[in-house]
Structures are given as structure tokens and as C-alpha cells.
Design a protein around this ligand. Structure first.
Ligand SMILES: *[C@@H]1O[C@H](CO)[C@@H](O)[C@H](O)[C@H]1NC(C)=O
Ligand SMILES: *[C@@H]1O[C@H](CO)[C@@H](O)[C@H](O)[C@H]1NC(C)=O
Ligand SMILES: *[C@@H]1O[C@H](CO)[C@@H](O)[C@H](O)[C@H]1NC(C)=O
Length: 266
């Protein structure tokens, strides 16, 4: 489903030093994607030849999706000295599609906004119906982290984060996360829960102290262990033998009004 269309442009420029001119070579170089190359060989003020080239290409990719390598090789054959400069530009626009977002199938009192990154209550005075999941399964060792944007003073202990084997595309969204009885692990207050049951009452200090801007995260390691993170600090293993395909779960409950998925590249 995720198109991993990574396309490469190979530009090879052979600067022939003897003749002091530059020519493109390598018959198999791909020019079908419009890369404009500018080559400039001039003598500088002390009389030495200096060759430079620039390559320009229109792109829809973000700078963080691009990756560039330049290599050069010097060789001598048939009494001709050559330097081969090779540039490799990789773009992977599919990375944007893989970004972790909230799935549209959420609780009835929340809305997904900000291109899928933010969840916000429709009615701040409603305690429940704030369930949400990620749009795709978490990868091994991938941190699903949510930042608290806004809260009221009406209740407390509203932050809950977890993982579930349920598929957001087919799940009948529950009133709250405790309703998921099969293949669901979550953390709230001080407690770790599995399938709606308490499995560790004192996993860590009470979450009530969370302030706006604080981050709550969960990670499933490649060894099937779940860890909770508070502001990037690992609070230790919370559960083991968690299946490989799990979605992130987050709940906007009680005093929590809005929260945003943290972009790991920022
Ligand atoms: C070519 O390079 C020289 C020296 O760096 C520079 O002065 C000149 O403007 C360049 N010409 C072009 C067309 O880029
Ligand atoms: C001209 O190019 C040579 C060789 O790259 C370099 O050593 C020299 O410093 C350059 N002179 C100027 C004025 O840039
Ligand atoms: C529990 O989840 C597993 C894996 O998703 C599924 O195979 C099983 O049928 C579910 N059981 C119940 C009672 O929902």
C-alpha cells in the first residue's frame, strides 16, 4: 500500500582536463526527469583552470526527504587523464505519506485537525468519547509521542496512551479506551492496563502533573516490550510479548482538550 517510489537521478560529468572543456558522458545517464546542469570552466586570476557545475531540479519533496552524494574518481588511460565526478540525488516523497497521524475513525466528541496531527474536543465539558488511533501500525522502536496542547481545570488524570491490535479501519470506536478488551495495552494516571484490566497500579508517578507542552509517548521495541516516555524520558518496561502489528492509541479525556502528535524529525 505504501508506495516506496524512490527515484534516483544519476548525473555524471566528465571534465576532460587536457582539452579544458567539459562534456557529459555515460550513455545510460537518465535525463528524463529534467535536471538542468550548468557547467563553467574558467581560468581564475592566477591562471589556473577552475571548473564548477550546478544542477537544478524542480521538486515537491521536503529538504528532509532528500539525500545527496557527490563522489569523484581520477583515472589515466590511453595517455588521457580524466576525473569523473558523480552526483546522486535521492528523493523519497512517500515518506510524507508514512508520517504518523491520527486515523479519521475517532470518538464522537473529538475532531482530527492540522492535517491529521492534532486531536481536539468538540465539547470541552464532555468527559468521554475522545478515543483516537494512529493511521498505521507503529514500526519496531518507533516512538508514538503526543504533546498536550490545552487542558481545563475541571477534572484530572485524563491523559491515556497505548497500543492496540485492533484495526482503525474496521473498529467500532468505543466510548473510552478501557472498553477495548482484546489486544490493547494503555497507560493512564499511574497505572498500566491490559484489555481494560489493571496490570500494574504503580507503574510510575501520577500523570496529573502534566502541563501544556508536556509530551507523553509509547514505544514497542523489536523485542515486543512496551515503554512509556514522559517528555522523552523512558519510564522502563511496562509490558512484554506485545504483538508486532499494533496501532497507537490516544485518548482525549477529562481535562485534556487538545493534543498533537510530535514529529520525530523536529
Ligand atoms: C563561472 O565561474 C567564474 C569563476 O567562479 C564566475 O566569475 C562566473 O560568473 C561563472 N559564470 C557562470 C556563467 O556561472
Ligand atoms: C586559482 O586556482 C588555484 C587552483 O585551484 C588555487 O590554488 C588558487 O588559489 C586560485 N586563485 C585564486 C585567486 O582563487
Ligand atoms: C482478539 O484479537 C485477535 C487478533 O486481532 C483476533 O484474532 C481474535 O479473534 C480477537 N478475539 C476477540 C474475542 O475479539
Amino acid at each position: 500500500m505504501s508506495s516506496t517510489a524512490v527515484w534516483n537521478i544519476l548525473l555524471s560529468i566528465l571534465l576532460i582536463c587536457k582539452g579544458y572543456h567539459a562534456a557529459e558522458c555515460e550513455a545510460n545517464s537518465r535525463k528524463d526527469r529534467e535536471l538542468n546542469i550548468n557547467i563553467n570552466s574558467t581560468r581564475n586570476s592566477t591562471g589556473d583552470w577552475v571548473s564548477s557545475f550546478t544542477a537544478r531540479k524542480d521538486t515537491n519533496s521536503d529538504p528532509s526527504d532528500m539525500n545527496m552524494d557527490i563522489t569523484w574518481k581520477f583515472s589515466e588511460c590511453e595517455e588521457k587523464k580524466t576525473v569523473l565526478v558523480r552526483g546522486l540525488l535521492r528523493e523519497s516523497p512517500s515518506r510524507k505519506a508514512e508520517r504518523l497521524l491520527f486515523h479519521p475513525n475517532c470518538g464522537t466528541n473529538v475532531a482530527i485537525v492540522n492535517n491529521g496531527r492534532t486531536i481536539v474536543k468538540l465539547n470541552d465539558d464532555e468527559k468521554y468519547h475522545g478515543f483516537a488511533m494512529t493511521n498505521r501500525p507503529l514500526k519496531d522502536n518507533e516512538l508514538f509521542e503526543v504533546r498536550l496542547d490545552r487542558k481545563t481545570t475541571k477534572w484530572d488524570y485524563g491523559m491515556a496512551i497505548g497500543v492496540t491490535t485492533h484495526d482503525p479501519n474496521t473498529l467500532v470506536v468505543p466510548i473510552y479506551v478501557d472498553d477495548l478488551k482484546n489486544g490493547t495495552w494503555f497507560f493512564r494516571r499511574t497505572c498500566f492496563h491490559k484489555d481494560g484490566n489493571l496490570i500494574n497500579e504503580n507503574y510510575m508517578e501520577p500523570l496529573n502533573k502534566q502541563k501544556v507542552g508536556d509530551r507523553l509517548g509509547i514505544k514497542r521495541t523489536e523485542f515486543g516490550t512496551l515503554h512509556v516516555y514522559i517528555n522523552g524520558v523512558d519510564k522502563g518496561p511496562a509490558a512484554s510479548r506485545v504483538p508486532a502489528v499494533v496501532y497507537g492509541v490516544y485518548e482525549v479525556r477529562n481535562e485534556v482538550v487538545a493534543a498533537t502528535i510530535v514529529d520525530p524529525s523536529k
